[in-house]
Ligand binder design. Structure first.
Ligand SMILES: O=C(O)CCC(=O)C(=O)O
Length: 276
């Protein structure tokens, strides 16, 4: 496999969970029709992005209705499906979780957001995910052929150590289902995606909900894919959009030869270690 066709599915929220799922599935089918093998949904795609709503929308993963619907469509279409994120319930705890389904509908892995989004920019954006959610406690990867992919969620991309740990584990791509806001979006979205890609010489996909000014939390939009050179390969606008891109996997090996920074790390002076 030297190229991989990837779909970044930027979705509007819908009034009910069932309508959100139906909208996602219709876009997933279109992505498959356009040849995508890896399909990625945005953060919190089946629920309003609101600490007051997470509990009402939460479900067990993979037993809940969203996971069942995604597993079914992944198996029917034979695709790799990164199920964006949705609120997960386990016992009394809630998590912001990204499940990944394989082409047989199997759950390949699930990742729970490690760094919770607690931001306070007065008059611009205040959000306290930690008031409702528990943070995850481990990394998660899956592979498509020889391509190893690491998962993070939105705020996680602000932590360069996380992407660097995935790099150490051999990942050549990171996927961040995300939902930046219209204040930090223009300032940091591209920059963080490009920086994580360039630092680690990997592809980086950021997938956002579409922008809807009528919702309590307004998402930025502008889903994008960066290549290992730190270039933006493709970028959505603000509306719902299905973004399809072919990534050239040879690029990962080439840049590592040409700019061999990963081999030049000074393990005798500093060290980075993934604990789990
Ligand atoms: O990092 C930001 O500016 C926004 C983060 C966010 O929206 C999230 O983690 O869901």
């Amino acid at each position: 496999m030297s190229t991989l066709r990837v779909a970044l599915v930027q979705l509007y929220g819908r009034p009910t969970k069932q309508e959100c799922i139906a909208n996602a599935i219709s876009q997933i089918r279109q992505a498959k029709d356009r040849g995508a093998r890896l399909i990625i949904l945005p953060e919190c795609f089946n629920s309003p992005y609101s600490t007051a709503e997470f509990g009402r929308h939460a479900e067990e993963i993979p037993r809940g209705e969203t996971s069942q619907a995604l597993a079914k469509v992944a198996a029917e279409l034979g695709v790799y499906l990164v199920g964006g994120t949705y609120p997960e319930r386990e016992g009394t705890r809630l998590y912001n979780t990204c499940p990944v389904f394989g082409p047989k509908g199997e759950l390949l892995c699930k990742y729970r957001k490690l760094h919770l989004f607690d931001m306070d920019i007065p008059g611009r954006c205040t959000f306290q995910e930690s008031a409702a959610l528990t943070a995850g406690d481990r990394l998660a990867t899956f592979s498509i052929g020889s391509l190893k992919i690491g998962l993070g969620i939105c705020w996680d991309k602000r932590f360069p150590e996380l992407a660097a740990c995935y790099r150490q584990l051999g990942c050549d791509m990171m996927i961040f289902p995300s939902a930046f806001d219209p204040y930090t979006g223009p300032l940091h979205w591209d920059l963080l995606g490009r920086a994580r890609a360039l630092d680690n010489q990997m592809f980086v996909a950021l997938v956002s909900p579409a922008r809807d000014p009528t919702t309590e939390y307004v998402a930025y939009g502008y889903s994008l894919m960066c290549d290992p050179w730190g270039r933006v390969l493709c970028r959505a606008k603000e509306e719902q959009e299905l973004l399809i891109t072919d990534i050239d996997l040879k690029m990962c090996g080439e840049i590592k030869q040409q700019i061999p920074i990963l081999r030049q790390k000074r393990g005798d002076i500093y060290e980075l270690k993934a604990m789990k």
